[in-house]
Design a protein around this ligand. Structure first.
Ligand code: DAH
Length: 328
């Protein structure tokens, strides 16, 4: 085929008629591709004599440029046409606000443990942990809770066998750390504890944070100061609090702290504390004539329930996002 005006006109017409990019690409390769018509014609240039070559070269390059330009214009036109069609088809309303992006957050129990740890870290306490499967010795005996002691019954223990149990209190870690550390000792121990008890306010698994300070000259007034300041830091409110005389085999004197709930007009028990019993110190070979200690045990769920006025301890463990989100 010759490179006549008719041919060129025909190519331009075909480009114009293209309905989609595929048709356009076909025309492009038929003319400008490796084996395309124009490309083939350009190969003849070499064989022409110089005079003709120059003239033909100007001519064919002009045509090539024209075809390229037309193809490009057509391509843009087709792209615009098709993007408008898909936009209209998909019915996207870009004026609508986007979906809420939900990000996770820490559980309120974890958050509270961090908060409590943070307070006690400022008093120089190290955060440590201990095993949840515990021996009779660490959970009871070494804490001065003898085999026949009635307070053992109040713990509703999950026993594995005669010697091993799921720890009922983080107090067991008091013994473990006093065995390996020398005073001065300042520790807090967050963790899970287990008791065979289930109600609105009791769960078979719950969290405690234990505190222990053993140094020269630690007194009940130190303990009182620490507890009052801790409660203020946690609740961020000035509550009426009272230290009520109590009994724990591993502390003497022992106290429970109550806070006054204005809503119910009742005193509510929040935690237990006391001065470490000399027998406990003796069990871990610390001389009670030189050192004294104070200790406390905080029920985390109980504290959170008081702070946020919650009535059912099970809500902490149901994974209901509506409940959990309120503490985000
Ligand atoms: N371990 C006690 C309990 O679970 C709480 C407790 C009371 C811990 C007094 C203490 C303490 O360290 O001094 O009921």
């Amino acid at each position: 085929m010759k490179l006549t005006k008719k041919y060129i006109k025909n190519v331009l017409l075909q480009i114009n008629k293209c309905k989609n990019i595929y048709e356009l690409n076909e025309i492009k390769s038929k003319n400008l591709g490796k084996k395309g018509f124009i490309t083939k014609k350009m190969k003849f240039l070499k064989e022409m004599d110089l005079n003709k070559r120059k003239e033909f070269s100007i001519f064919i390059n002009k045509i090539k440029k024209k075809i390229i330009k037309l193809i490009l214009n057509k391509k843009n036109e087709l792209i615009e046409k098709f993007s408008n069609i898909t936009l209209n088809k998909s019915n996207i309303d870009i004026t609508l606000s986007s979906k809420e992006i939900c990000s996770g957050s820490l559980h309120i129990i974890t958050k509270s443990i961090y908060k409590i740890q943070n307070f006690f870290s400022k008093l120089g306490c190290e955060v440590i942990s201990g095993p949840e499967i515990e021996s009779d010795y660490y959970n009871f005996d070494a804490l001065n809770i003898k085999k026949d002691h009635p307070s053992r019954d109040s713990h509703d223990t999950f026993w594995f066998n005669k010697n091993f149990l799921l720890r009922t209190q983080t107090s067991s870690v008091q013994i473990r750390s006093m065995e390996v550390k020398k005073p001065p000792i300042r520790i807090v121990v967050p963790g899970k504890v287990y008791r065979n008890d289930s109600s609105l306010t009791h769960s078979p698994m719950f969290h405690q944070i234990e505190g222990l300070i053993v140094e020269k000259g630690i007194s009940f007034s130190n303990l009182k100061w620490i507890m009052e300041n801790f409660l203020y830091d946690f609740f961020k409110k000035v509550y009426k609090i009272r230290f009520r005389n109590s009994y724990f085999p591993f502390t003497t004197p022992s106290a429970e702290i109550d806070i006054f709930n204005n809503k119910s007009q009742k005193w509510l028990e929040v935690l237990g504390c006391g001065m470490v019993h000399p027998t406990v110190l003796k069990n871990v070979k610390i001389n009670s004539k030189i050192y004294s200690g104070c200790a406390f045990g905080i029920g985390i769920e109980r504290l959170i329930m008081l702070k946020y006025n919650l009535s059912n301890i099970r809500s902490f463990f149901k994974n209901d996002l509506r409940f959990l989100k309120q503490f985000k």
